[in-house]
Design a binder for this molecule. Structure first.
Ligand code: PGA
Length: 237
């Protein structure tokens, strides 16, 4: 797979907006575009030329868990990707390292490709703790999980939704660190690293020049179909 563009719609857009969004996205016929709609709208996105993913799965395999969706159910719908460890879920939904680890295990069991989100806070960044934080998040997520490929999204928490992005050099340094570390310590040969945080159509050309980057994860700007289509075309052309 070439470079990847991920759109995370989070809890945005209502039925009519989704219908319009899906219609406009028809022109996107690239399998390396992955859209993560809000769960209830997933059926509108099925059987398209682009891929879709689920924003979250339950950390339990099956059973009585009201409001949850399992990896097995996700697989049965033909979905191929899941987001794991997004900082919003780590912060608001008790997405602990232990749960993240279990979710990756289930993803593996049911043939879903996890996109593991990792990132440091502003304070950790200022204190020079970034690599240490990322290393811990990676280790806890991948421990005892036998994977032969993984997509990791580097998303500095201080960059998500703020308009601030690290320098190109800084992102390049982190990408290299993540790739080397995961290959060496976790013996995963196929490691792709995405960047996420405040990406929009104005900075996508800048992001595109980052060496070693395998793709981008777009939040807010992906909820506007015309901006998202611009981002996809600019990044993948
Ligand atoms: P943002 O979100 O593009 O709105 O900063 C990115 C994310 O949360 O993955």
């Amino acid at each position: 797979m070439n470079k990847i563009v991920v759109g995370n719609l989070k809890m945005n857009l209502t039925l009519n907006e989704i219908k319009e969004y899906v219609e406009k996205m028809q022109e996107i016929n690239k399998e390396n575009v992955i859209i993560f709609p809000t769960n209830i709208f997933i059926p509108f996105f099925l059987n398209k030329d682009y891929n879709i993913g689920i924003q979250n799965i339950c950390s339990e395999d099956r059973g009585s868990y009201t409001g949850e969706v399992s990896a097995r159910q996700t697989n049965s719908l033909g979905i191929k990707y899941i987001l794991v460890g997004h900082s919003e879920r780590r912060k608001n939904n008790n997405e602990t390292d232990k749960k993240i680890n279990k979710k990756i295990k289930l993803a593996n069991k049911y043939n879903l490709n996890p996109i593991l989100c990792i990132g440091e806070t502003k304070k950790e960044n200022k204190l020079g703790m970034t690599k240490m934080v990322l290393k811990k998040q990676i280790n806890n997520a991948l421990k005892d999980n036998k994977l032969n490929k993984i997509i990791i999204a580097y998303e500095p928490i201080w960059s998500i939704g703020t308009g601030n992005i690290p320098s190109k050099k800084e992102i390049e340094r982190i990408i290299l660190y993540i790739k080397n570390y995961v290959k060496k310590i976790h013996k995963i040969e196929d490691v792709k690293v995405l960047y996420g945080g405040s990406i929009n159509k104005n900075n996508i050309e800048y992001i595109k020049r980052i060496a070693g980057l395998d793709g981008v994860l777009v939040g807010k700007a992906s909820t506007n179909y015309s901006e998202f289509i611009d981002i996809i075309n600019l990044y993948l052309k």
